[in-house]
Design a protein around this ligand. Sequence first.
Ligand SMILES: [Zn+2]
Length: 262
Amino acid sequence: MEYIRITTRVNENDLSEIIWSSIHEVGHALYELGIPDDNRGTPINQYCSMSIHESQSRLYENNLGRSEIFWKNEFHSLQNVFDRQLESVSAFDFYKGINRVRPSLIRTSADEITYHLHILVRFEIERDLIGGRLSTKDAKDAWNEKYEKYLSIVPKHDAEGILQDVHWSQGLFGYFPTYSLGSFYAAQFYAKATEKDNMKSAINSGNYDTLLDWLREHIHKLGRSFNAEELCQNVTGESLNLDYFVNYILAKYSEIYSARLN
Ligand SMILES: [Zn+2]
């Protein structure tokens, strides 16, 4: 029996942080647990790429964990724990509430759409720092200007601004785009995984093992036998294609907001 230790986020005033951070990290953990123990120490016995790693966490966090069907099945469990707070809330209203789209300052709690603007800010700053067009002392101003430009809000202090992530202090430059790429891979993998009726009916009935089995079979157990591009081609029959993410977002949010989004 193997164990994986995960970290999560807790905010005593906001339940959403622990729910979706935990689901996200479980997606990572399931991937690690699904990589075979054989050939330990070789490239095959490790994850494919960080974008593929993030695809597994984002798939669980968003495609499954923020879906209507998931909360139709699971909302009563949450209500049992938070009976006073949630007694007058329906599963559908909860689903709509957790998918509310609005500009925000903190990347990890952003909705699925504006999330990628948070990544864009970080990507542009990294690109300009590495390209010598921006100095570190000007990075904070660049951050605040970009939040104003892309999200129309400005942090009041650096804890909700440029200091909110651990990545740069750890030397992790170039990592942030894996979250967006992971989301795009996730949409494509999830579309493929759920194209068959047996998978749809399993998820509809609250059985998520069938999905895990599919991910194990098509992604986890392959480790780094293929690079991300080859893996995507093998699993879905085509290269990474942004249309899957766009179509997923259009279908989901046009229903939530009862609007045509195009
Ligand atoms: Zn992650």
